[in-house]
Design a protein around this ligand. Structure first.
Ligand SMILES: Cc1ncc(COP(=O)(O)O)c(C=O)c1O
Ligand SMILES: N[C@@H](CCCC[NH3+])C(=O)O
Length: 446
């Protein structure tokens, strides 16, 4: 949440004014901070070092959160491994300089071609999610004359207390192998000639603000690991997944990495296995924002609409999960407002014709995009003093922002830039409209 600094001439990221970025690169534009990304990674490393896991923990950044080559390269240079879920992500990680031997491959549906590519690259481990996948992987590894390193991803049937769409550890989810079926499947895996049992994996969901469910899941995971050791199927690593949440709004603080990990690490401290972590959102979420410009103000009897040039195709979290992202003005003299007090004012006047807040010049706005969907909103009831042409920053947009962007309404995807001290680098140029239909063709004439 605290990515920007407010100066008299507007908001900055590190040494660069957001207004300058808008002038140079246009809007909508994703803006990341190299320092914030590096600090998030160090947060994990330091917490692990402090708990004595320095030499036996592998941080595998979950690429799905933000697959930018520049970000992958930055984490690779810091020593990170990667959690991938497709052949595409494998190719990206390798192109960005990631090391194959630090990659874990998650996901409920891996194609044979993806298995082959990962085996050829020599990844650290496949996180296998079904009996059928185990059989297929054994066959593919056999065809290649090799042995696939595997973990089973278990489903502990623990409620992670997060949004149902990003909850993965309850038994009605498509993810993982039921705890009571896992032991037998491990025995089967150990009997297959082209599999090497390495570890166990568990990921119960995303945006978790309380570590208790993950710690509860860990008890079940460790009980199974001990049972396997007795059955002569020793494990060399324990993958605790990702899931740590971040602060999106002032009244919902997130724990520090150290506090979040403490109850989980406590259960692992007197064990010998390597620890694998798969954090995504907590490494990138608060290191990026989406810069957008107000195109049209459309005050109305019921609601005031501020139509901006970013939309649900750029950031779909609000439309998909009703997710909250703080939105602030970035121009000269605009200090980020305290959202909580503003929201109360918005609600207090809601329904009144003027929709005016107590603050001078501020009104309540629905911040919406130009896409033809009523669900195309980026923020509800925001108290802001707006004029057409104003720049806004949609905060905490570094995770699952650009990664889930689409070309809906034939909208080119946004540019992405990375601030590094007093430099700013274009890390992905804005798409051009002609590129959006370059792969298509019309039917032959006649
Ligand atoms: C298997 C797996 N690992 C890691 C992650 C990363 O999760 P997060 O971004 O919440 O840290 C996810 C996404 O939830 C996932 O499905
Ligand atoms: N896309 C989700 C997170 C998904 C996690 C994937 N396992 C979000 O934006 O919050």
């Amino acid at each position: 949440m605290h990515l920007t600094t407010s100066y008299p001439d507007g908001l900055y990221i590190e040494g660069i004014a957001l207004t300058d970025i808008a002038t140079r690169f246009g809007t909508p534009c994703y803006v990341y901070s190299r320092a914030a990304l590096a600090a998030a990674y160090s947060g994990y490393r330091n917490a692990l070092d402090a708990q004595g896991f320095g030499n036996r923990a592998l941080i595998c950044y979950a690429v799905k959160a933000n697959a930018s080559l520049a970000i992958l390269n930055l984490f690779a240079n810091l020593g990170a491994g990667f959690d991938i879920v497709s052949g595409g992500e494998l190719a990206r990680v390798l192109a960005a300089g990631g090391k194959a031997e630090k990659i874990v491959f998650s996901g409920v549906g891996k194609s044979r071609a993806e298995m082959r590519a990962a085996l050829a690259a020599g990844i650290h481990c496949f996180n296998v999610e079904s009996a059928s996948e185990l059989t297929q992987l054994n066959a593919v590894a056999g065809e290649l004359g090799t042995c696939a390193p595997i973990s089973l991803r278990v489903n502990p049937n623990v409620d992670p207390k997060t949004h149902p769409y990003i909850s993965t550890g309850l038994k009605d989810a498509k993810f993982g192998i039921a705890m009571d079926a896992a032991f037998a499947l491990y025995q089967h895996a150990a009997s297959l000639p082209h599999l090497a049992v390495k570890g166990i994996d568990c990921h119960i969901g995303s945006q978790l603000l309380d570590p208790a469910p993950a710690a509860e899941a860990m008890d079940k995971v460790l009980a199974l690991a001990d049972q396997l050791a007795v059955a002569h199927i020793p494990l060399t690593h324990i993958d605790v997944g990702g899931g740590m949440g971040i602060q999106y709004q002032p009244d919902k603080p997130a724990p520090t990495v150290a506090d979040y990990l403490a109850p989980i690490l406590a259960k692992l401290s007197d064990r010998h296995e390597q620890l694998v972590l798969e954090p995504g959102r907590s490494l990138v979420g608060n290191a990026g924002l989406l810069l957008t410009q107000v195109m049209v103000l459309k005050p109305g009897e019921e609601k005031n609409f501020a139509i901006v040039d970013a939309a649900m195709n750029d950031l779909m979290r609000p439309a998909l999960y009703d997710a909250f992202h703080e939105i602030v003005k970035v121009g000269a003299g605009d200090t980020p407002q305290s959202f909580e007090s503003d929201r109360r004012e918005c609600r207090a006047v809601s329904g009144k014709p003027s929709w005016r807040t107590a603050k001078h010049d501020e009104q309540c706005w629905e911040i919406v995009g130009p896409v033809c969907e009523s669900g195309d909103f980026l923020g509800h009831d925001r108290a802001l003093a707006l004029a057409e042409g104003d720049l806004l920053a949609i905060l905490s947009a570094g995770a699952y922002g650009m990664a889930m962007a689409s070309n809906y309404n034939t909208r080119p995807r946004a540019a992405e830039v990375m601030v590094d001290g007093d430099q700013v680098h274009l890390i992905r140029r804005r798409e051009e409209v002609a590129e959006l239909f370059a792969l298509e063709s019309v039917l032959p004439a006649g």
